[in-house]
Write a protein that binds this ligand. Structure first.
Ligand code: GTP
Length: 600
């Protein structure tokens, strides 16, 4: 099919604005799906069970469809994109394989925080944006108001289409608009050597690694030898094809097309997402500009629930990181938890989803620590910069009088109803936020912009925001550099011994309330031991909170009433031995089952 009859586009939207429903409707209408989806069945493009359960798209999925327009068949490549803030890396990855995108806005909700940021991402990629107002069938829909917001707030000149992904109304017109407004891919099929961008990859049990590619120039077929511009690895192409949406083999992939390439590669390190693929013979082909280097926004320790599962956890993490290359993995060992990993994630939900996938798709049972936002340590003159990736690193810093700590801050966009704006502002201030902007969105809603420390978002901020706005406020953020902060390390000691995996770094003003909450939770969760346990939260050498877990001594003797002194003595002796055993374990006799709850 000639390049001018190809359109590569994706759909971007705020969460729940109907992107997956629209994708399904498009597949159904273009015949990619032979039968209509029944109402109960989950969306075709949301393949992962995590996605079905949470109703969010995590991994971008791609489908090729045929659409008739003006008496011609057009090949439309629809790239599904994740809707959540944490996955903006995947959004921009998917967008870089496209020339245009449909910006979908729910007519009952209007513009939300993610609508704004997704729109900015698309503009950054220089994409043609086709705005569309969805859910026009819903009784509460206000399509006119919604379209006005798209024009006023986002400044998109193009007229917004009206669709209902549910009933299918307007969807054919939307596809026509994609053909009319989105430019065809620019490509040189015959005059330039083959070059393709790997924008996604997954592991197939039988075929090894399957790469999803956007062919930029030239063409490729089974039997060709290809090489990675990044790693230099050479492999033979076993199969090429299109996602329809099931993988369907085809003879060749040509410039402008999106499809899959199977090489039988087993080692995931050979071809990386963001890498450029060339033919082995074309040594001179230059790599395409890759993606922005990934920056981990939070780190978490991941340990196997049982130590003998370390190897299988390692393999599972390797497989998952092929599919999600934005996760950074280091090895780590903790006194309390044994050998494990410290992984870097793009955000909090990203970490949560990763853990859930480890469990559900790879059958791993793991214990994870609280997410940690990396900090920078600098001297007053700006010298000696080092990164703190976990609370444990804090102790390795040589703290001088001029040593300062910088923490990452974000620029948060919050959209909420007028009625709760006071509560939202209070919440932001309580979390050390500074207001940057306050704009009315129509007569009912407000858009607030705040500078906030990322660490504050790692706590319960999101839940509190949802709580104080009855679920109506939406949040999105982007990085906004580093700022100095008065932070301290908060340790938890059990009978004088520090439990490394419970350490945290908090703002000095929060050390007392956080420490108090931690030791009282610890007290509730720990079984009473044969001896008294002192539970302390400490900053440096200063105890900020303390609880005592009483010994079980009384209970031991309660069983023997009467005057049998020798029996009592025997029991007390046994108890003493027990004490020794526990103490020699290091007084921290914390059962592993307790950790998931402690670390929450
Ligand atoms: P994420 O993948 O989580 O970003 O969500 P999404 O944008 O894909 O939303 P999804 O397609 O899952 O739709 C969210 C909800 O809106 C579902 O309950 C849909 O049934 C509903 N919905 C989607 N489109 C329409 C529509 O046109 N009309 C009505 N009434 N409901 C719709």
């Amino acid at each position: 099919i000639p390049a001018d009859r190809i359109r590569n586009f994706s759909i971007v939207a705020h969460i729940d604005h109907g992107k997956s429903t629209l994708a399904d409707r498009i597949l159904e209408m273009t015949g990619a799906l032979a039968y209509p989806l029944d109402k109960q069945s989950s969306q075709v493009l949301d393949k992962l069970s995590v996605e079905r359960e949470r109703g969010i798209t995590v991994k971008a999925q791609t489908a090729t469809i045929v659409h008739e327009y003006g008496g011609h068949a057009y090949l439309l490549n629809l790239v599904d994109t994740p809707g959540h803030v944490d996955f903006s890396y995947e959004v921009s990855r998917s967008l870089s394989a496209c020339e245009g995108c449909v910006l979908l806005v729910d007519a009952t909700q209007g513009i939300q925080a993610q609508t704004v940021s997704n729109c900015l991402l698309a503009l950054e990629e220089d994409l043609e944006i086709v705005p569309a107002v969805n859910k026009i069938d819903a009784p509460a829909a206000e399509p006119e108001e919604c379209a006005r917001q798209i024009e006023d707030v986002l400044g998109l000149g193009a007229e917004a289409l009206r669709v209902s992904a549910k009933t299918g109304e307007g969807v054919a017109a939307l596809l026509n608009a994609v053909v009319e407004r989105v430019p065809p891919p620019r490509t040189e099929r015959d005059t330039k050597p083959f070059k393709a961008l790997i924008f996604d990859a997954h592991h197939d049990q039988f075929r090894g690694v399957v790469c999803l590619c956007r062919v930029v120039d030239g063409s490729i077929k089974a039997g060709d030898r290809v090489a990675s511009c990044g790693t230099g690895t050479e492999l033979e192409v076993l199969e090429v094809g299109l996602m329809c949406p099931e993988p369907t083999e085809c003879e060749r992939l040509e410039g402008g097309q999106i499809g899959y390439v199977v090489t039988g590669m087993k080692n995931s390190a050979d071809f990386r997402i963001g890498d450029t693929l060339r033919k082995s013979v074309d040594v001179g082909v230059e790599a395409l500009p890759g993606f922005k280097p990934i920056k981990s926004m939070c780190f978490g320790g991941i340990f196997p629930a049982a130590t003998d599962e370390y190897e299988s956890l390692k393999r599972a993490i390797e497989k998952l990181t092929l599919n999600d290359s934005s996760v950074v993995v280091h090895r780590e060992s903790s006194q309390a938890m044994g050998p494990g990993f410290r992984c870097g994630f793009l955000g909090l939900l990203h970490m949560e989803v990763f853990l859930q996938r480890l469990e559900e798709e790879h059958g791993q049972s793991v214990v994870s620590t609280k997410p940690f936002v990396p900090l920078l340590v600098v001297e007053a003159d700006g010298s000696r910069e080092r990164e703190i990736l976990s609370p444990g690193d804090w102790d390795e810093v040589k703290w001088g009088r001029t040593t300062r700590v910088l923490e990452p801050v974000v620029l948060a966009t919050i959209v909420c109803p007028n009625t709760v704006v006071g509560k939202v502002i209070t919440l932001c201030h309580d979390h050390r936020g500074t207001q940057v902007d306050h704009t009315a969105l129509g007569s009912q809603r407000v858009m607030l912009r705040y500078r906030l420390p990322l660490t504050e978002l790692a706590g319960d901020f999101y839940d509190s925001l949802k709580g104080c706005s009855s679920g109506y406020a939406t949040l999105e953020y982007e990085e906004a550099g580093h700022e100095e902060a008065d932070l301290v390390k908060l340790d938890v000691r059990v009978n004088g011994e520090v439990v490394d995996s419970l350490a945290r770094v908090v703002h000095r003003d929060h050390a007392f309330p956080v420490g108090k909450a931690m030791v009282s939770r610890l007290k509730k969760l720990l079984d009473r031991q044969a001896f008294e346990l002192a539970l302390q939260a400490v900053v440096g050498s200063k105890v900020v909170a303390r609880e005592t877990l009483a010994a079980l001594r009384k209970d031991v003797l309660a069983k023997c009433y009467g005057g049998d002194v020798s029996r009592k003595k025997k029991l007390l002796k046994k108890q003493k031995e027990g004490k020794k055993r526990l103490k020699s374990l290091g007084s921290v006799n914390v059962p592993v089952e307790v950790f998931p709850q402690l670390l929450k």
